[in-house]
Design a protein around this ligand. Structure first.
Ligand code: PEP
Length: 257
């Protein structure tokens, strides 16, 4: 972690409508607040579906709840004839800080290539959003090329043409570990996260490598979060399933206390 504020990010995927989101965020806030946990030593971010963003923004603002807001995707375009797409400008106007880009489910079900991911990263930065760039190998990739080759090449393309001061987050999410209950070992996560940090260094320079948070994602839960967070190049977690259960997500956020 070395000076980087840990980030615990909850990717809700296509779960919780805007009314359920209100109940969930309030409950999470109160669970953490009772335990005096919102002291800023860990940054918490929630990534609801697009249709919840306005409601969650209003709630965070009104109740001064210190969670950052993020979206799960954005369009590579600013505006225009792109039916069904959401512009980064709209997300920025809703006070979204983060946007997930290149999640394996987008790569798999929506055929997002490394080049599309790269153009979305640029669109996010253009609108002042911090892209959470997801990379990771499938089990076939793992067998054929080992763990790091695919994520390293995905990240190299995603960072192409960015400036040294680009504010980004990288998430290493082995596809075989997502939603499977079979997390990577802390050593595996450390190894790939360290290699991804090297890519950041090669593409954006040493300052960016030292500053940028690299998260691990894939079957993170309260029982394994501390073991990942002990690794020097793991700066937080991108959490799917366990981010939808208040007590479990709160326990993940409290990992080190
Ligand atoms: C994810 O989809 O980003 C993820 C990490 O999911 P899960 O925690 O459910 O494995």
């Amino acid at each position: 972690v070395a000076g980087r504020t840990p980030l615990i990010a909850g990717n809700w995927k296509m779960n919780l409508d805007h009314l359920q989101a209100v109940a969930f965020v309030q409950k999470l806030h109160w669970t953490l607040k009772d335990a005096k946990h919102e002291d800023g030593s860990v940054e918490v971010a929630v990534f609801p579906p697009f249709t919840d963003l306005r409601t969650v923004q209003t709630l965070l603002d009104a109740d001064k709840i210190p969670f950052a807001l993020g979206a799960q995707d954005l369009s590579a375009h600013d505006s225009g004839a792109y039916t069904g797409e959401i512009s980064g400008a709209f997300l920025a106007k809703l006070d979204a800080k983060y946007v997930i880009i290149g999640h394996s489910e987008r790569r798999q079900y929506h055929e997002e290539t490394d080049e599309i991911v790269g153009s979305k990263v640029k669109a996010a930065l253009k609108h002042g959003l911090v892209p959470v760039i997801c990379v990771g190998e499938t089990s076939e990739d793992l067998e054929k090329f080992g763990a790091s080759a695919v994520p390293v090449s995905q990240l190299s393309v995603a960072l192409e043409g960015l400036k040294a001061d680009a504010d980004i987050v990288v998430a290493y999410e082995p596809v075989w570990a997502i939603g499977s209950g079979q997390a990577a070992t802390p050593e595996q996560a450390q190894d790939v996260c360290a290699k991804l940090r090297e890519v950041i260094g090669e593409k954006l320079g040493a300052d960016a490598a030292a500053r940028t948070r690299v998260l691990y994602g894939g079957s993170v839960k309260s029982a394994n979060i501390a073991s990942f967070m002990r690794e020097p190049d793991v700066d937080g977690a991108l959490v799917g399933g366990a981010s939808l259960v208040v007590d479990e997500f709160a326990a993940i956020i409290r990992y080190q206390k």
